[in-house]
Design a protein around this ligand. Structure first.
Ligand SMILES: *Cc1c(COP(=O)(O)O)cnc(C)c1O
Length: 390
């Protein structure tokens, strides 16, 4: 029998699938591609879905089910499906619900590959996307067309760390009968639960804070049972499922999510407060800094500020590159949500193929630096960044 736990930290550790006859303490690893049937009737009933059981790992596996069940409880979702990567989750979720001729309304600042899906691949199937600036949410309704099906956003955004009001988005989605889909990767369910504010589906790249230790890739979509049922059927037939090994790693990762997010957020707030007063820094954005333009919304919907800080340094592109070259301890890497502090300069790296105008349109200025604040001692993080700024 699976026991039900209310408190986040307890369910993260104690919520589990049934154990085997060996009564192992920690979750065992089920590396098996398929499962056997008792007899012809068992096989028939299983395929007819009269029985709730594992058949083939492309459909389900005990490790995937344990990981999914925990994330669902954390996000207050009814059901979920786990994917090989965050992008597999995003693509499969959209592909499940969109038909040729449909329209998406999305925030303009979304993860790079999500943006590429909207601009390069979905138009092949005559699916168009309109974009709103997250700082002007009052413009969203004017973008909605008779064929609009999905309203999509990330909050906080990458790399600008802007915040959008989830309750406001859900009111618009309900009024216009749209599916509200939120990428909750930056906040994690410990900090923010979009379903509580009215989102229909929540997506994660589990590669980031959920694993939190830079080891595996993974993704998950959770939400209403009847919607997840459609996603499950799509995924069952197209094959983007998470591997049981990665699901096992991610189940273990969730056990420490709360304590890690507390420390990431504590370190990030201290770093943000420190650099806010640095003369080389034009402006700092962190959800729980009083100077953040959407501070009151952040306080309403987030438990903590999260692990990402962005700031703008004097001197534009060259100053950004120089700053990166002077960093000694922190990693220069494209990932985020790791125990190790990671620094990126989007204008010269992830977004270097865009023109300065295109970058500005997605909120990336030339001197913008993004820090994914890790779990090292905060004095060492500050010292490294201070030295590079000076
Ligand atoms: C990294 C990321 C993704 C994509 O996840 P992968 O696991 O790398 O495929 C999607 N959304 C956001 C916000 C991300 O940071």
């Amino acid at each position: 029998m699976i026991e039900e736990f209310e408190n986040f930290e307890t369910l993260a550790i104690r919520n589990q699938i049934e154990r085997t006859q060996y009564l192992e303490h920690s979750v065992p690893l089920f590396l098996t591609s398929s499962f056997v049937f008792e007899d012809a009737e068992d096989m028939r009933a299983s395929f007819a879905e009269e029985k709730d059981r594992n058949i083939y790992t492309r459909f389900s596996n005990p490790n995937n089910l344990e990981f999914i069940d925990k994330v669902c409880k954390m996000e207050k979702a009814e059901s979920g499906f786990a994917f090989a990567t965050g992008m597999a989750a995003i693509f499969s979720t959209f592909a499940t619900f969109l038909n040729a001729g449909d329209h998406i309304v999305s925030a303009s600042s979304v993860f790079g590959s999500t943006h590429t899906l909207f601009t390069k691949y979905f138009p092949k199937w005559n699916i168009q996307t309109s974009y709103f600036d997250i700082n002007f949410p009052q413009n969203i309704e004017s973008l909605i067309l008779p064929n609009t099906k999905i309203l999509y956003a990330e909050t906080p955004t990458n790399p600008g760390v802007d915040i959008i009001d989830l309750e406001f988005l859900s009111q618009i989605a309900k009024k216009h009968n749209l599916l509200l889909i939120i990428d909750n990767c930056f906040a994690t369910p410990y900090i923010q639960q979009p379903i509580v504010w009215g989102a229909d589906l929540v997506i994660h790249s589990a590669t980031k804070f959920i694993d939190g230790q830079g080891r595996v890739l993974g993704g998950i979509t959770v939400g209403k049972k009847e919607l997840i049922r459609e996603i499950y059927l799509f995924a069952r037939n197209t094959g983007p499922a998470l591997s049981p090994f990665n699901a096992w790693v991610l189940s273990k990762s969730l056990e420490t999510l709360a304590i890690r997010m507390e420390k990431h957020s504590d370190n990030a707030l201290k770093l943000a407060q420190y650099i806010e007063n640095h003369k080389q820094v034009l402006k700092v954005k962190y959800p729980f800094l009083k100077s953040h333009p959407q501070y009151s919304i952040a306080k309403k919907q987030m438990k903590l500020g999260g692990g990402i800080v962005s700031f703008e340094i004097h001197g534009g592109l060259e100053a950004g590159r120089n700053f990166l070259n002077k960093i000694k301890m922190c990693s220069l890497s494209a990932n985020l949500g790791d125990t190790r502090t990671i620094i990126t300069h989007p204008a010269s790296t992830t977004h270097s193929k865009l023109t300065p105008e295109e970058r500005l349109a997605v909120g990336i200025t030339e001197g913008l630096v993004r820090v994914s604040v890790g779990l090292e001692n905060i004095q060492d993080i500050i010292q490294d960044i201070e030295h590079a700024l000076n």
